[in-house]
Design a binder for this molecule. Structure first.
Ligand code: NAD
Ligand code: TYD
Length: 366
């Protein structure tokens, strides 16, 4: 039986991990610590809050005394660290929050874990600090380059990627220097339920439902390797169970797509759904291009993101060989589930629109 602290558990991947864990390990204790930034959503954990094994704590990872108190009082033996500022575009316009949360915040958590697990509890574990990171730390690839593997040198290009790279190094250093039992996973782009609609896939879906432009940065030929979020959660769980501590694992979908092809596919799938189900037109009266089966008309090429990485791709060999990890979901099935989730869960995303997230996105068009 494990007792987990999940940081950032009201965000996209964190909340998917919460539901994954509660289902797979119904006897475990799960405590979420989340500061509820613009990206955190208490509504996402409402269902979990009905479970007596679950507790939500509204707080910041920078608050070391609070983290120490939780580790001590709840006798937590596992930290799964998702909390971060996660959007590259925001890191370009405002990098400070990324330094604060991703670097200083991760260090604060490491200090708390060291204090409680190694000092107070004298290392009488088993304990595990699992750090959730990204493939963006490796920089960018050309079309013919070999995918990123665990020993690809770090070359982060955005303030977001640099802050995550820095946090990875701190986690590694706490293992090498103090013997903190850590693991790190570096994953490719995730998609699925509960993703904040500033990221490409939910943004495309929700803008199409409002007949708004579907912004494509630059020529749209940038490549990402997409993984369904539940497969990421399964991968994290496998890495957390890996016997050897101090190890990094790359997790990916072997599923590379150009951005323009993803957006075009979403348009076609949405057109198809509206054609098959006339009730959707009355639920989404603004979506006139969708009513006419012409949502591709909304695709709008805009100015490129500065320092935009051209291609990410993961070599999953280590996770396959050491952990036996393979994604369950195909892209065809995962993207359909994702579309259906957004169509069926308007009460989840509508308040985000009303709270003005679209003003932020609108600024990107100019
Ligand atoms: P997200 O932005 O959806 O959620 C982040 C969560 O962290 C939010 O709930 C937010 O309230 C919380 N948070 C932010 N600052 C905090 C602080 N100082 N203290 C406590 N809570 C705080 O992010 P996500 O997409 O779910 O990503 C989760 C993790 O996975 C991140 O570390 C990210 O770098 C990594 N990752 C994401 C992807 C992806 O495609 N989204 C891919 C690989 C790795
Ligand atoms: P995003 O979802 O922001 O993830 P990341 O930058 O972490 O890869 O973006 C995915 C890709 O889509 C990236 O190449 C940027 C591009 N993009 C657009 O072309 N238009 C958009 O409106 C957004 C949000 C992203």
């Amino acid at each position: 039986m494990r007792r987990l602290l999940i940081t950032g558990g009201a965000g996209f991947i964190g909340v998917n991990f919460v539901y994954y864990w509660l289902k797979e390990h119904p006897d475990d204790r799960v405590v979420v610590l989340d500061a509820l930034t613009y990206a955190g959503n208490r509504e996402s954990v409402r269902e979990a809050e009905r479970n007596p094994h679950f507790q939500f704590v509204h707080g910041n990872i920078l608050n070391q005394p609070l983290v120490e108190q939780l580790l001590r009082d709840e006798q937590l033996d596992t930290i799964v660290h998702f909390a971060a500022e996660s959007h590259v575009d925001r890191s370009i316009t405002g990098p400070d929050a990324f330094i604060e949360t991703n670097i200083v915040g991760t260090h604060s958590l490491l200090k708390a874990a060291r204090q409680i697990w190694l000092e107070e509890r004298k290392g009488a574990g088993p304990f595990r600090f699992h750090h959730v990171s990204t493939d963006e730390v490796y920089g960018t690839l050309g079309r013919g380059d070999a995918p990123f593997c665990e020993d690809t040198p770090y070359a982060p290009n955005s303030p977001y990627a640099a802050s995550k790279a820095s946090s990875d190094h701190l986690v590694r250093a706490y293992h090498e220097t103090y013997g903190l039992p850590v693991s790190i996973s570096n994953c490719s782009n995730n998609y699925g339920p509960f993703q904040f609609p500033e990221k490409l896939i939910p943004l495309t879906i929700i803008n199409a439902l409002h007949n708004k432009p579907l912004p494509i940065y630059g020529d749209g030929k940038q490549i990402r390797d997409w993984l369904y979020v539940r497969d990421h959660c399964r991968g994290i769980a496998m890495v957390m169970d890996a016997e050897q501590t101090g190890e990094c694992f790359n997790i990916g979908g072997i599923n590379e797509w150009e951005n323009i092809d993803i957006v075009t596919l979403i348009c076609d799938l949405l057109d198809e759904r509206f054609a098959k189900n006339p009730a959707l037109a009355s639920r989404f009266p603004l979506a006139t291009k969708l009513h006419a089966g012409k949502s591709r008309d909304l695709i709008t090429f805009i100015k490129d993101r500065p320092g935009h990485d051209r291609r990410y791709a993961i070599d999953p060999t280590k996770a396959q060989k050491v952990l036996g990890y393979e994604p369950d979901e195909t892209f065809a099935s995962g993207i359909r589930k994702t579309l259906d989730w957004y169509l069926d869960n308007e009460p989840w995303w509508r308040p985000l629109l009303d709270a003005g997230y679209s003003e932020w996105i609108a600024r990107q068009y100019n």
